[in-house]
Design a protein around this ligand. Structure first.
Ligand SMILES: *Cc1c(COP(=O)(O)O)cnc(C)c1O
Length: 453
């Protein structure tokens, strides 16, 4: 349990002010939240967050909470990191926004250079978007258009069961989580799906499972490979599915199959990229380079929405032609490469390099691993899955909303977590201190013990 000096220990019972109650009443009247069943939301006693600092969030009643999931997988150094704050302020003093259609600006240029300086081999071009899903949309359209402009239109996408790539229609089309995606089947793109390399059969290991899924993928490509423009994967871990991890050999196999059948490999690094797995990019664990790589979430350090597609020069060249050739990538957003977002991202990446944040992420992961290694069936834990800092603790199902209940108990201990079904997710800010990490782990393990132990 947190020690006496820990701020989370000072507020065991939450009281709510009239202001908080008023804000919640107004929220209930007019706001529609993402991924939220509103008939339950009112009873769920949501927090109203007022401020933040480092790894901590403070609600409107002054209670502090350790941000155990990086505000849904985005915060890197911490909240209100002074050097990122300064970079955004400095950018505000120069340029708020200018369109990237027909003009350009230094933050957008410099960020592309910085991103590519640390990118997997072969990636040479940066196309900006806003959210993770919009980067995925751009990558899917690029893959199809590139195939068409190389003389062989390939309208099919190959994707992985349990995958998650965002919530726009193209991204949903290549998703594989029934609860989120099945409703929209009738309005989706045409795709082919293989099984998840992270869902093991009884007694199976991850390397064996990788071979099995690659065999399935080969059979699909042998039958319809001429029509497949891209294979999209979440490298090393299917995060939204509950941190389903797979063997690195799976990614090497996907790369080889893409080469053999002429499909582009799209690595969706929106969750895994920017250091979360203890490497800058998760594909580094497998030593492979994709043709297209999407990133988002942590790109701006958790400050602002910005995402990007990194592409090889070969993909880029498929779009070159005369202005009237129709080979232009007719795609973009009004706020593409917004300078404030780009300035935040640049400061984030520069700080990461200066501070050795990626190596720090690997050490945070090891510490989480050491603290959770003993967990097993006797503790009500089905499995602990982890790549770097990305951790999922699958707990025994003891009734409705088991994962939610664990997270609620953690919240009572001053730690904010968010479950995925019965999987308790830990994804701390990479700037978390060892003492804070201990607080996070102690609260998590105590809450698990209380609910399923
Ligand atoms: C979160 C996520 C997305 C979607 O990103 P948004 O910014 O929420 O649109 C896409 N792909 C993966 C792998 C993700 O985890």
């Amino acid at each position: 349990m947190p020690g006496p000096k820990d701020p989370s220990a000072s507020t065991p019972v939450r009281s709510r002010s009239a202001r908080t109650a008023d804000l919640l009443a107004r929220d209930r009247r007019h706001v529609w939240h993402p991924f939220t069943q509103h008939s339950a939301w009112a009873g769920d006693d949501p927090l109203v967050i007022e401020s933040a600092q480092g790894s901590w969030l403070t609600d409107t009643d002054g209670h502090r909470y350790l941000d155990g999931v990086s505000s849904l997988w985005v915060t890197v150094h911490g909240h209100r990191e002074p050097l990122i704050d300064d970079a955004i302020r400095a950018q505000l003093g120069r340029l708020d926004h200018a369109t990237f259609l027909g003009s350009t600006h230094e933050p957008g240029i410099a960020l592309a250079e910085t991103l590519l300086g640390d990118a997997p081999a072969g990636l040479a071009r940066v196309f900006y978007a806003g959210d993770g899903a919009s980067a995925v949309e751009a990558a899917l359209k690029m893959a199809y258009q590139a195939s068409a402009q190389r003389g062989q239109p390939r309208p099919l996408y190959l994707h992985i069961a349990e995958g998650y790539h965002g919530d726009t229609l193209g991204a949903v089309s290549v998703g594989g989580i029934g609860l989120f995606h099945a409703t929209y089947r009738p309005i989706m793109l045409e795709t082919r799906m293989v099984s998840s390399p992270g869902l093991l059969g009884p007694g199976q290991d991850r390397a064996g499972r990788a071979v099995e899924v690659l065999t399935e993928m080969r059979a699909l490509l042998e039958a319809e490979g001429d029509h497949v423009c891209a294979v999209i994967v979440e490298p090393m871990v299917q995060a939204a599915a509950g941190m389903l991890t797979h063997d690195a050999s799976f990614l090497r196999g996907v790369r080889a199959l893409c080469d053999e059948f002429g499909a582009l490999m799209v690595a969706d690094e929106v969750a895994t990229g920017i250091g979360r797995t203890g490497r800058m990019w998760a594909v580094e664990h497998a030593g492979v380079s994709p043709d297209l790589l999407t990133c988002g979430k942590g790109l701006t350090g958790g400050y602002l929405p910005l995402s990007a597609v990194l592409a090889t020069e070969a993909v880029y060249e498929a779009f070159l032609g005369t202005p009237d050739s129709g080979r232009t990538f007719f795609h973009g957003h009004t706020y593409t490469a917004n300078p404030l977002c780009a300035a935040a991202a640049l400061a984030n990446l520069e700080l990461m390099a200066e501070r050795g944040t990626v190596a720090r992420a690997a050490r945070i992961g090891e510490r989480i691993g050491a603290a959770t290694a003993h967990l097993g069936p006797g503790d009500g834990v089905v499995e602990v899955r982890r790549i770097g800092t990305m951790t999922g603790i699958e707990v025994r199902d003891v009734g409705e909303r088991t994962g939610f209940e664990v997270c609620r108990r953690a919240r009572d201990r001053g730690v904010l977590l968010r479950p995925l079904g019965d999987v308790v997710v830990l994804m701390p800010p990479l700037g978390i201190t060892d003492a804070e990490l201990d607080t996070l782990l102690e609260a998590t393990l105590a809450s698990i013990a209380e609910v399923v132990g």
